[in-house]
Design a protein around this ligand. Structure first.
Ligand code: NAI
Length: 251
């Protein structure tokens, strides 16, 4: 039986990469999916994803919405509630990295990463807990990173945002556990997507590969499988946790 039959899921930043794989996996398991994309240039991909998900027999809709903007997040969640009725699963996936050593990292770059990666999680989660509290059930899954656990030279803003997500996740799990709302984070290792293609295409990639016991970069589907677990009742006794999906990489 489909693990998520007729559940309603929202996913931020799903026009490509991990978000797209998550949207597809949840839909394959019976969930109706509302997702966001941010730029005009992603519109075509968003429409293609809508069509792909609909062909799986579920309802699917893409919304152009900037998760880093509180007002836009509120409108997105309200639109989904109008269109889909409720929200059972929330995957905060949208993220960017702007790599720079601290010496060169500008205040603008710092703010952009923190707002896109961390404030977006607050923006969406704050709005999504209302219907979940009403339903007395929900699963929130936040995309952190192994870099948020171990840090990385040149990625202080990214690491801070992803570590912030872990603290937020654990706090929300404590606040909302009694309402049967679970909140967990996933810490992906190096996953082959547009965000990391610079790694797989040059020498630095070979060095990273040496540190991965399973001896391969991850695939977006590896993260989608972990998301399915945390979204479904298979993890009904799991909250406030960080699931590393990283091939054994210790940062
Ligand atoms: P990606 O760059 O392919 O996808 C990120 C998506 O987020 C894009 O579709 C982008 O348009 C969207 N996005 C960016 N800013 C947004 C905003 N303000 N509002 C809504 N959407 C926005 O990257 P990837 O690899 O698929 O990453 C997905 C998540 O997984 C990110 O949070 C990333 O930090 C995290 N992650 C990725 C890893 C990797 O190795 N690829 C490793 C660890 C974490």
């Amino acid at each position: 039986m489909a693990l998520l039959k007729d559940k309603i899921a929202i996913i931020t930043g799903a026009a490509r990469g991990i978000g797209e794989a998550v949207a597809t996996k949840l839909a394959e398991n019976g969930a109706h999916v509302a997702f966001t994309y941010v730029s005009d240039s992603s519109k075509e991909k968003a429409i293609a994803l809508e069509n792909k998900l609909t062909a799986l027999g579920v309802k699917a809709k893409g919304y152009q919405s900037n998760a880093a903007d509180f007002a836009a997040a509120e409108i997105f969640v309200n639109d989904v509630l109008k269109e889909f009725g409720t929200i059972d699963i929330c995957v905060n996936n949208a993220g960017i990295s702007i790599d720079n050593l601290l010496l060169r990292l500008t205040p603008e770059q710092w703010i952009e990463v923190i707002q896109t990666n961390l404030t977006s999680v607050y923006n969406i989660t704050k709005n999504v807990i209302r219907p979940m509290m009403k339903a007395k059930s929900g699963s929130i899954i936040n995309m952190s990173s192994v870099i948020g656990i171990g840090g990385n030279a040149g990625q202080s803003s990214y690491a801070a945002s992803k570590a912030g997500i872990i603290g937020f996740t654990k706090s929300i799990a404590l606040e909302l556990g009694s309402r049967n709302i679970r909140c967990n984070a996933i810490a992906p290792g190096f996953i082959e997507t547009d965000m990391t293609n610079y790694l797989t295409e040059n020498k630095a990639g070979e060095e990273y590969l040496k540190k991965i016991p399973l001896n391969r970069f991850g695939k977006a589907e590896d993260i989608a499988n972990a998301t399915l677990y945390l979204a479904s009742d298979l993890s009904s006794y799991v909250t406030g946790q960080v699931l590393s999906v990283c091939g054994g990489l210790n940062t």
